[in-house]
Design a protein around this ligand. Structure first.
Ligand code: MSP
Length: 506
């Protein structure tokens, strides 16, 4: 397994405030980054904002602000959302930065020199929401097939990229790298697209000045997707910081939503082939969050604001809810009711109660010190070990919802174990002191394991639990190898404290 890991989120358009879909992508990506760090990898986690879109320019006009000033404000909001959800970012990129300008121009130059960019007239339909050109046959009664909004007719002189000449190379790449696009349904969508045959695409716009000028013809700016995709190179030092770039490129994973699959899985690899840059290892596609069964949109008025949810419920519960409720790769529904129900059932009841029960018993029966004990191997011990194995397999496949189910099976077993072993009864009988020691140690070890395993999803609660078990996080994170050392809690003084997850009244 590689020792370095470079992952990215999509860079968000700054034409509107961030919504829960953005928060979801940030959280899922951060959980992956944290998991890889926990495996001992050196991780670079990049996110950022996409500023050169026509929609952004329009939104700035509507707000009555110069475009860049508008972008400054909006970029700050996205950066702030990362902080609020707890993203451990290593880089944040804005496509209006000079370092990115240079990279986009270099990419265009290389492709042009290769003979992959040529000039021609463009006539066709354009959707400003996806910043994508469509053929007549792809439209839904004249509307964009993704946004179901009217497209606009565009006629201009453009530079085109010879995407069509990369069909075979892309097909070969897919055949040789069976998980290049993952999960499989999204790969199949791309294979179908490749089978239909690819059309060349326009990579410049002559009607706006907002963007990166085409280096050999400054009357045009780069098409926003050509510019945006190149951010993954800029963000990790391409052209400027060789050591950083060579340490982390090619990216291990680009995390993206399903609506932008074709840009990442067809256009981007073709761009990289054209510019002789190695391809990312994987495009990891997630589904969409719907609200009240519908796609979120300003017109419908069902956009969910992540800031107020973070204020009310806190970041770890929101992270838990989104990653547990939505099977990664599939679509899911957001509802505040479901959030509260999961919070009370899974967090306050199952995990919170287990933690406080066990710590107060250690306090009561062993003066807060986790006992040393021999002969601890029993069903709970076995389940604890097995949980780590199953969890690792699931997290390696990015099935974070399943990894959480696995942890919660251990939590349920531990709760049953408390009821069955009845430490309060063992405590009454001096002859059963050894057995009580074993039971308390096994429970403390199960809790330590749970605390480590929830780290990627609930980093703050993980840290809190480990501190109260007197096994604090010493480095940048807990490591999975910490779990190779059995009985690390033995002899440690625990601190029960206040409930981990106070119940929420609806
Ligand atoms: N700027 C482009 C991406 C360029 S990447 C080189 C873009 N921006 S976006 O702001 O519209 O979307 C950013 C990310 O959020 C995308 O991965 C997108 O799929 C994701 N989501 C947007 N709405 C979403 C939901 N409702 N649910 C889940 N993710 C969603 O596309």
């Amino acid at each position: 397994m590689s020792k370095t890991f470079y992952l990215t989120t999509a860079i968000s358009y700054v034409n509107a405030r961030p919504h829960i879909g953005h928060a979801y992508e940030f959280i899922a990506s951060d959980a992956i980054a944290r998991y890889r760090r926990m495996q001992g990898m050196k991780v670079f986690f990049l996110s950022g904002v996409d500023e050169h879109s026509a929609q952004v320019e329009r939104a700035a006009k509507e707000a009555g602000l110069p475009t860049l000033e508008f972008c400054d404000r909006m970029a700050a909001l996205f950066r702030d959302l990362h902080e609020k959800v707890g993203s451990g970012l290593n880089g944040f990129i804005r496509t209006s930065e000079p370092r990115h300008h240079d990279v986009t121009q270099e990419m265009l130059r290389r492709s042009y020199q290769k003979g992959d960019i040529y000039q021609s007239a463009y006539k066709g339909w354009y959707c400003y929401s996806c910043e994508n050109y469509y053929q007549e046959k792809e439209l839904n009664n004249g509307n964009c097939p993704v946004h179901n909004r009217p497209t606009e007719w565009i006629e201009e002189d453009n530079y085109f990229f010879k995407l069509s000449s990369y069909s075979d190379a892309l097909k070969r790449h897919y055949a040789e790298n069976s998980e290049f696009v993952y999960p499989e349904t999204y790969k199949n969508e791309m294979l179908a697209l490749l089978d239909q045959g690819l059309q060349d695409i326009s990579v410049s716009r002559a009607t706006t000045k907002w963007g990166v000028p085409i280096p050999w013809d400054e009357t045009h700016v780069a098409y926003v997707w050509f510019d945006a995709l190149s951010n993954y190179l800029t963000g990790v030092g391409f052209l400027k910081e060789d050591e950083l770039f060579h340490t982390f490129w090619p990216a291990n994973v680009h995390v993206i939503g399903k609506d932008i699959n074709r840009f990442h899985s067809v256009f981007w690899p073709a761009m990289l082939m054209s510019t002789d840059i190695p391809l990312p290892r994987q495009i990891l596609v997630h589904g969409f969050i719907y609200h009240k069964g519908e796609k979120m949109s300003k017109t419908i008025g069902n956009v969910v604001d992540p800031y107020s949810l973070l204020d009310v419920y806190g970041r770890d519960p929101l992270r838990y809810f989104l990653l547990r409720e939505i099977a990664f790769g599939q679509d899911g529904n957001y509802s505040e009711d479901a959030l509260i129900t999961r919070y009370n059932a899974d967090l306050a009841n199952d995990l919170g109660n287990l933690f406080s029960r066990v710590l107060s018993m250690i306090k009561k029966y062993r003066d807060s010190v986790v006992p040393h004990a021999a002969g601890t191997d029993d069903a709970l011990r076995q389940k604890t070990r097995q949980t780590v194995e199953t969890y690792t397999t699931q997290m390696d496949r990015y099935a974070m919802h399943l990894a959480l189910v696995t942890i919660w099976e251990l939590i349920s077993l531990a709760n049953r174990y408390v009821d069955e072993q009845a430490p309060w009864a063992l405590a009454k009988d001096e002859a059963k002191a050894d057995r009580l020691d074993r039971v308390l140690l096994n429970l403390a070890e199960a809790l330590r394991t749970i605390a480590v395993l929830i780290y990627p999803i609930m980093p703050d609660k993980s840290e809190d639990m480990l501190a109260r078990l007197a096994c604090p996080i010493l480095g940048e994170c807990p490591f999975l190898t910490d779990l190779d050392h059995a009985d690390a809690t033995a002899g440690k003084t625990v601190t029960p404290g206040s409930p981990l997850f106070p119940r929420i009244e609806k």
